[in-house]
Design a protein. Structure first.
Length: 247
């Protein structure tokens, strides 16, 4: 039996800690870049005569497509969405980045130097770099997670689906049988049944004592399947047949 690899667990813990540290740094860098981008776009809005009560929302209108595209990219990688979704996410983030970069460079006066314009471009470029680093990390972690999961071939998947369907059909049949068992009706009363003989005896006793014949309703309720507690009527047709036979 092979000896366990004792260095794998500490190495994995170190990698996880480094990934957490990278996540914190990338998040901090991205937030700082968006904060700087917001300030520069706010200056752009105010310099181009956007009312102050609207200028605070104008930077969000520019950077929102970048944030939406980033979120969509992360989710599409983790959830393994269709490739067209990622193309759309890249397009949305790219358009938002281009517009933000152009606005933040263009808000400077025409006499601004290249150094000033490069400084203004740091915020959107930093946000894009953070996006690239995050996407690379998420893609690698997702790929490693897929490798750890046991892969199943098509035959195994079809067999599991067939077994699930068979189990569902079996349970449905059991439920149907139980319902039929609880709702099954008792055997129909006939003129040869013991209940009919007891009804004939009651008719004979009534006539022997001089009492009038019981009605078909009373005879059915007393001897032929009637149940006053449940409001169930007896077999009045059979009761009428017995009465006519005895007359």
């Amino acid at each position: 039996m092979d000896a366990p690899n004792t260095t794998e667990a500490p190495f994995d813990r170190t990698v996880r800690r480094l990934l957490r540290l990278m996540f914190v740094l990338v998040t901090a860098m991205t937030l700082a870049c968006f904060a700087q981008s917001y300030r520069q776009l706010f200056d752009w809005a105010t310099r181009h005569r956007v009312p102050m009560w609207q200028a605070w929302a104008w930077p969000a209108m520019i950077d929102a497509p970048v944030i939406i595209g980033e979120i969509l990219l992360f989710v599409s990688i983790v959830r393994h969405w269709h490739g067209r979704t990622r193309v759309l996410a890249y397009a949305v983030a790219g358009v938002g980045f281009a517009v933000s970069l152009a606005a933040q460079i263009g808000y400077l006066p025409a006499i601004a130097s290249l150094t000033d314009r490069g400084t203004a471009a740091v915020a959107p470029v930093g946000a894009a770099v953070g996006l690239m680093i995050g996407l690379i990390a998420v893609k690698q972690v997702s790929a490693r997670h897929e490798q750890r999961e046991p892969k199943r071939d098509a035959a195994t998947i079809h067999a599991e689906i067939a077994a699930t369907k068979a189990e569902r059909i079996r349970r449905t049949d059991e439920i149907a049988q139980q319902r039929r068992k609880h709702t099954s009706r008792p055997a129909a009363l006939t003129a040869d049944s013991p209940e009919a003989d007891r009804a004939r005896t009651a008719i004979k006793v009534a006539r022997a004592t001089g009492d009038p014949d019981p009605s078909a309703y009373a005879l059915g309720m007393a001897y032929l399947g009637g149940d006053p507690a449940k409001g169930k009527r007896g077999n009045e047709r059979l009761a009428a047949q017995l009465l006519s036979e005895s007359s």
